[in-house]
Design a protein around this ligand. Sequence first.
Ligand code: NAP
Length: 522
Amino acid sequence: MTTTLDQLSDLAAEATVCAERPPLVVTSPLNGLTLGAVPAGTPDDVALAGERARRAASQWAAWPVQRRCAVIARYRDLLVTQREELLDLVHAENGKARVAALEEYLDAVLTAGYYAKFAPRHLAPQRRRGALPTLTSTRVAYQPKGVVGIITPWNYPLTLVSSDAVAALAAGNAVILKPDSQTPLTALALLRLARQAGLPRDVFQIVTGAGATLGEPLLDQVDHLMFTGSTATGRVLAEQCGRRLISCAAELGGKNALLVLADAPLQRAVDGAVQACFSNTGQICAGIERVYVHKDVYDAFKVAFVAKAKALRLGTGPGYDVDLGPLINQAQLEKVQAHVADAVAKGAKVLTGGEVRDDIGPLFFEPTVLVGVTDQMKLAREETFGPVVALYQVADDAEAIARANDTDYGLNAAVWSGSLAHGRAVAARLRSGGVNVNEGYAAVWGSTDAPFGGVGASGLGRRHGPEGIREYTEPQTVAAQRLMPAGQPPWLSRETYAVVMTAAVHWLHVTGGQLLGKVMGR
Ligand code: NAP
């Protein structure tokens, strides 16, 4: 790639456009300075991308999966060699601390490596029990959807572009991706790496520009949509996909809870909770915004948690000595301020933080811990998406579980306990797509072989694991019939057929089927 920060403008050349477009200027949240510009794409550009993708998709799908995965493996290797350039770019474009950029970079490398290695296994046709044992040989093949649309947000501009595209491509689809307008350069840098790795040009395209302008035209070109972003936009897009009868997956917001049980290892719980609440300046879909602590350990936890939150270092620097960068934009800063002001006005108490830090940069907000948050306050239930967390004292596990589950969302949860069995038992009672035991979010997120996603208002579908790649396929059942028809054979009367088949179906489903299935190895 060899893209250093002063060479960002030529990344725009990777975007698909059918004519010259006005520039969409990209500025850094660190200081408001211009980083570069990309084309403000139009529906015509999306249509061009769609035409090219449709033509390219069938050729790409015809490549053996191992050959497709060899491209993904080369792309992964390029991610590895370009680490510093990519981290610099994410830092500059999103503003996040390098340590947070590293987290998403590692996820991107892991996911690309995972699908390069395991896609052939996850996509291999599977034998299933046929209509008539031994006579019907049934297999399920995983056929690519065709052209996949991906719309990504700004908060994880590297891994959300890379990891969803990799899974869709490995499954044999062409991809048209629309990145967030605040972070298109990182997306284009990744596209350039994929092309350098040998990906045919039209198989993966990016159209840059406003989501409100490009969203519907994109849906007209694709067979499936993967959306990551706000619940509000997710609902709009899911409705539009429904009208077109195309499938969609959506990774949306969260109001994630962390539970500290009475037997929790306290210092580890404090360290993990601080990381889970303030990583990426709280702008993380799996981040924790509510902490429920058992009464026996509440006071000790509160003192240590507040002290650690207070010690976090805010900064604009590109090094690993910064814990928190700025919020992404003025609107996000105002939302965070409004949630805190609303809570304080209604009686909540700020234990640390609560202030804008424009001495550091225009969009900085202190890590903030509140107590006394009640249901009347916005931050009790609405996603804040900033460095703000509420602490609650609970009497026992049952209260912690009930309060954690009292939300429309369900993306991530965390449980801290000295006993894994206790932690797992509580986890099983939480309504959440993922639950971490003795970790905030990284154990689930980093388990690339296991599905990651939400329930309720947190979304539909999953990324990672076999589920995450099969989501980009249509299961196709091919059942081959041997010797005699699966239906009524010509030499049996309908009456006899009815009697024989009723008995056979009964036998098959009660005992014989299992036995025969074992004998036949299926
Ligand atoms: P957003 O407004 O929904 O924007 C996300 C993406 O959707 C951007 O690319 C945006 O394009 C595009 N978009 C906006 N309106 C659109 C429309 N009408 N049609 C098609 N596309 C449209 O979300 P955000 O506020 O930027 O992102 C933060 C949210 O994402 C948070 O709520 C967070 O929880 C969620 N999130 C969830 C996950 C997860 O995995 N569950 C991960 C990351 C973020 P423009 O930039 O051009 O407007």
